[in-house]
Design a protein. Structure first.
Ligand SMILES: [Zn+2]
Length: 298
């Protein structure tokens, strides 16, 4: 179960990993906490009459396309996008925004879905939200709270039969080390690095908090699924400029130089060894041991 704040986040964070597990036969569910109603149109080609006035519908259509590209199922949790408050000081969040929903109320909604879908593994964002959008921070809080509460019969007793997910991960997409690897390659070739602006931003963030690579416990080899990731991103046509930085580095170069996606194991209820290369490490093994034990008894 991959928990995300807005439609398009599932296609930019850990997307190829979800596509890989889905292709290998795992049941993958993307949970989108808000409808992305307050996302502005970031693709000039889509900034045309008739799009913004039916933005909710448009984002649902885009999400359906993206889920199809990744080969995953998707569920809306039904909260309202808080928007990214801009200004100094930032304006108050609009009434009814997801980030203003009491934590217990939002957690109960996610717990209900966890108890229904019964995931072994959940993914979400770290305490900084990956980037400081109030809905991303809230996504972190709600996912951690739901991971803790779903298996406890005392918590949210009206939200279904308890189910205990086994591992919780944070997505870590924006690594300085990864960008520097690409920047080096461009320097070797003698071309200007097309993501320089983005690199500068990530470098500034890393100077403050350190590169997120130091937090990574788990790298998933998923280069084969990068084309699906890009198709899913492009499906969010109002949000993603196909001529923008996200698509600037050739796929072949990404697959060759950085064929993985990165995660941090934040909670586990099974034994596992770090570094990991599988989100289900320790779970499939435990299953096999259990099966063998049953066979031995018979
Ligand atoms: Zn988002």
């Amino acid at each position: 179960m991959a928990v995300h704040a807005h439609p398009d986040d599932e296609s930019s964070k850990g997307a190829a990993t979800t596509a890989k597990y889905a292709a290998e036969g795992d049941d993958v569910l993307v949970v989108t906490l808000t409808g992305g109603e307050r996302g502005s149109i970031l693709n000039p080609a889509m900034d045309i009459p008739g799009v913004l006035d039916r933005i909710e519908e448009v984002r649902r259509e885009e999400m359906a396309e993206a889920a199809k590209a990744l080969g995953v199922r998707q569920h809306w949790l039904g909260f309202r996008d808080s928007g990214l408050p801009e200004g100094d000081p930032p304006p108050p969040l609009p009434e009814g925004s997801f980030a203003l929903v009491p934590l217990d109320e939002a957690t109960e909604a996610l717990v209900r879905l966890v108890r229904e879908f019964r995931p072994h593994v959940m993914t979400t964002y770290d305490e900084n939200g990956g980037y400081p959008h109030p809905d991303h921070i809230m996504c972190h809080k709600v996912s951690v709270a739901a991971f803790e509460a779903a298996g406890d019969p005392e918590r949210f007793p009206d939200a279904g039969e308890p189910w205990t997910p086994l591992k919780l991960y944070y997505d870590h997409g924006f690594s300085l080390q990864r960008l520097l690897t690409f920047a080096d390659e461009y320097e070797k070739i003698g071309d200007p690095f097309p993501m320089q602006e983005f690199l500068d931003r990530i470098r500034a963030a890393a100077a403050e908090r350190g590169d997120i690579m130091t937090r990574v416990t788990t790298q998933i080899e998923c280069a084969k699924y990068f084309p699906q990731r890009d198709d899913a991103l492009r499906a969010h046509a109002t949000q993603i400029d196909p001529n923008g930085a996200f698509f600037a580095i050739p796929l072949e170069m990404q697959q060759r130089l950085w064929p993985t996606e990165e995660f941090e194991l934040a909670r586990t209820r099974v034994r596992t060894e770090i570094p990991e290369h599988d989100l289900f490490a320790g779970i499939r093994e435990a299953d096999e041991t259990a099966t063998t034990a049953v066979e031995d008894e018979s």
